[in-house]
Design a protein around this ligand. Structure first.
Ligand code: PDD
Length: 285
C-alpha cells in the first residue's frame, strides 16, 4: 500500500514528497503546524486543532491556505488512503516559496503539506509513568503560536533522552514550570488539579482544553496557576498531556520521585475520563 502525502495541491508518494529549497519554512521556519490524533478511526478534537491553526496563522499574518472545508476533505482523503485508523496527522503551512529575503514576499501563495504517521499511544508509559527533566525555558515570548521553529524544544527533548527521560519541563526565570517540549504540564496537590494558565508563555494544548472541560464536568477542584519545580517535586501526582500522548503520569522529575514513584489514582481517573470522552466522538465515515 502506498503511503500518500499532500503537498501543495497534489497527493504524492510520501517518500517522494518534496518542497522547494526556497520554501520559507526551510529558510526561516516561517510557518506553523498542527498535530491531530486519529484514535480508533476518530479525529480527536478536529475543531480545536483547526481553530488553533487559524489562530496561529492569523498571529503570523498568513491567510488560511484554503477553506477549512477543503482542509477537512484533504485530511479525510489522506486518512482513508493511508488506512490510518490509529496515528497522527500533521498539517504544516509556511509562507511559501520566494527568493530569500526576511520581509514577507508579495503575491506568494502559502504552502500546505499534510502527512500521516501510523503510531499507537504507548500503554507502557500510560501504565508505568515517565521521568521528566527540568531545563531553562529559552524559547521566544509567543509560545501560544504553534510555530515550526522548534530548536529549543528539540535541544531540550534531546537532553531528556540523554538522561533516560521521556520529556523535559521548561522552567521560566522564576523557576516556575511553563510546559513540556511537546506537552502541557500538570500536578495534583491537596486533591486539586493544577496547571498553568493559558498565556503567551505556553501552547494552549487542545488536550489541555478538553481535559479542563472534563475536570469541570466531574466537578474536580482546579487551579489554573503557575507552579514551581519544587512544588511539582512535592506534589502527590504529576502528569503531562498532548495529542500524541493523551494523559501520561509523571513519576520522577530530575532525581526526585513523585510520591512513591508510581502513577497516582487521580491521574489514572483523568486518563480514563479522557479516553471515554474520545470514544464518544463520531467515527470518520
Ligand atoms: N505537541 N506544548 C507544546 C510546546 C507542544 O508542542 C504541544 C503539542 C503541547 C500539547 O498540545 P496538544 O494537546 O494540542 O497536542 C503543548 C505536538 C503533539 C507535537 O508537536 O508533536
Amino acid at each position: 500500500m502506498t503511503r500518500l502525502a499532500y503537498v501543495n495541491g497534489r497527493y504524492v508518494n510520501h517518500s517522494a514528497g518534496m518542497v522547494h529549497i526556497e520554501d520559507r519554512g526551510y529558510q526561516f521556519a516561517d510557518g506553523v503546524y498542527e498535530v491531530v490524533m486519529v484514535y480508533q478511526n476518530r479525529l480527536v478534537d478536529e475543531k480545536g486543532h483547526l481553530d488553533r491553526l487559524e489562530s496561529s496563522l492569523a498571529h503570523i499574518k498568513l491567510p488560511m491556505p484554503m477553506s477549512r472545508r477543503s482542509i477537512q476533505l484533504v485530511m479525510r482523503h489522506l486518512i482513508a488512503q493511508n488506512r490510518l485508523d490509529h496515528g497522527l496527522l500533521y498539517i504544516q503551512v509556511t509562507r511559501g516559496v520566494a527568493p530569500r529575503d526576511h520581509k514577507f514576499p508579495t503575491n506568494v501563495k502559502p504552502a500546505l503539506v499534510m502527512t500521516t504517521k501510523k503510531t499507537r499511544i504507548s500503554s507502557v508509559n500510560q501504565e508505568k509513568g515517565v521521568k521528566v527533566v527540568s531545563v531553562p525555558d529559552i524559547r521566544w515570548k509567543r509560545c501560544d503560536i504553534k510555530s515550526i521553529s522548534l530548536l529549543p524544544n528539540i535541544l531540550a527533548k534531546q537532553q531528556a533522552a540523554e538522561n533516560s527521560a521521556f520529556e523535559a519541563w521548561f522552567l521560566d526565570e522564576q523557576g516556575m514550570v511553563t510546559e513540556g517540549t511537546s506537552s502541557n504540564s500538570w500536578i495534583i496537590s491537596n486533591n486539586k488539579v493544577i496547571t498553568r494558565k493559558a498565556s503567551s508563555a505556553i501552547l494552549n494544548g487542545i488536550t489541555r482544553q478538553t481535559l479542563l472541560e472534563i475536570i469541570s464536568k466531574h466537578k474536580l477542584h482546579l487551579e489554573e496557576r503557575s507552579f514551581s519545580l519544587q512544588e511539582a517535586m512535592k506534589a502527590s501526582e504529576a502528569f503531562l498531556t498532548s495529542s500524541s500522548a493523551f494523559v501520561i503520569p509523571v513519576c520522577q522529575i530530575d532525581n526526585i520521585k513523585i510520591s512513591d514513584g508510581t502513577p497516582g489514582i487521580f491521574t489514572k481517573n483523568l486518563l480514563n475520563y479522557y479516553r471515554s470522552a474520545i470514544l464518544d466522538l463520531p467515527q470518520i465515515s
